[in-house]
Ligand binder design. Structure first.
Ligand SMILES: Cc1ncc(COP(=O)(O)O)c(C=O)c1O
Length: 326
């Protein structure tokens, strides 16, 4: 297992000012990033050539337990740098859960109140976690999914601009910049520059876009594959079916060499296999990305494929259909 918490600046930083997205973080917040990369020993081996290696980047090791700690921290620190976090202001955003939990930890650490809009059908663990951190939770129509939550956050921000600082993770460039400056360099270092393929799923798309942009800048040979659910009515929490959703402003199709659409059932099946055969308890979006990686790997004779695992299965223990399958 490779592991490092030291950050490496990309050689040519693509944004004006070139700030480190995590500059100014203190205490627990300095522990964001530096997550482990583990090689799979059993799952999928029968479908891959011996020279094809498959790794999971375990983002559940971040404070707040998910990949979204990176984007949330960069976004809040940017708002603070720009002087938007005046006394009395409440942080506001829409989140299907993980970003919300990351914002909750960060806002509690820094001492700001937080209001979050999320679909009422987000898992019970997530809602309880948010309330434990003292967050004001606004539940939106589950039939409208994450788009309903986004529209509610926009409505509140427009109606009360003095009350809220709207963080807008779907359109905020610090979302992908967090990954350009941290996830990408970590993967490069942890594979000693040997990574051949990046596979990551799309929610806001920040993880994929930022990591892919860095890896493509440092080695144009690295193939970057973006993963979406294959239907608007999927069962993979955290992911967006772009064709039928409000498309995030930060989504950049040209950052992907390839896009794969993944069905829910086999993705959930892989989640169970990872727990039983590798001791890795992960969420369903990891199963979706792994399913795509196995499709890809089956066609390769050699390579190092890295799959981003956004969060832990502990966050979904109440979802029985995930765990009651052979
Ligand atoms: C479980 C899970 N997987 C994947 C993603 C996608 O990450 P991103 O928003 O960076 O595209 C999210 C985003 O919230 C998530 O919660």
């Amino acid at each position: 297992m490779a592991d490092s918490n030291a950050r490496q600046q990309p050689e040519a930083c693509p944004w004006e000012g070139q700030q480190d997205p995590f500059a100014g973080a203190t205490g627990l917040l300095t522990r964001v990033g530096g997550t482990p990369l583990v090689k799979l020993r059993r799952v999928g081996r029968d479908r891959l050539g011996t020279a094809v290696e498959l790794f999971l980047k375990l983002e559940s090791f971040n404070p707040s337990g998910s990949v979204k700690a990176r984007a949330a921290l960069a976004i809040v620190l940017d708002a603070r740098r720009r002087g938007l976090l005046r006394d009395g202001v409440t942080l506001l955003d829409a989140s299907s859960g993980n970003t919300g939990i990351a914002y909750a930890l960060i806002s509690a650490t820094l001492g700001y109140p937080l209001c979050l809009c999320l679909p009422a059908n987000a898992s019970i663990e997530r809602k309880r976690l948010l309330r434990a951190y003292g967050v004001e939770v606004v539940e939106t129509d589950p039939l409208e999914g994450s788009d309903g939550a986004i529209l509610e956050a926009r409505r509140r921000a427009a109606e009360q601009p003095d009350r809220y600082c709207y963080l807008d993770q779907y359109n905020n460039p610090w979302n992908w910049r967090a990954h350009y400056a941290s996830t990408g360099p970590e993967l490069w270092r942890q594979t000693d520059g040997g990574i051949t393929h990046l596979v990551a799923s799309l929610g806001t798309s920040g993880t994929f876009v930022g990591t892919a942009r860095f890896l493509r800048a440092i080695n144009p040979e690295v193939r970057c594959v973006a993963v979406q659910p294959d239907s608007p009515f999927h069962g993979i929490e955290g992911l967006k079916h772009m064709e039928t959703s409000l498309v995030p402003g930060i989504w950049d199709e040209s950052s992907a060499h390839q896009q794969l659409a993944v069905p829910t059932e086999p993705a959930l099946q892989l989640v169970g296999e990872l727990a039983r055969e590798e001791g890795l308890l992960v969420g369903s979006s990891t199963g979706a990305a792994l399913y795509a990686a196995l499709q890809l790997g089956a066609e390769l004779s050699a390579g190092q494929i890295v799959v981003v695992s956004p969060d832990s299965g502990e966050r979904y223990l109440s979802e029985e259909h995930l765990w009651n399958r052979s």
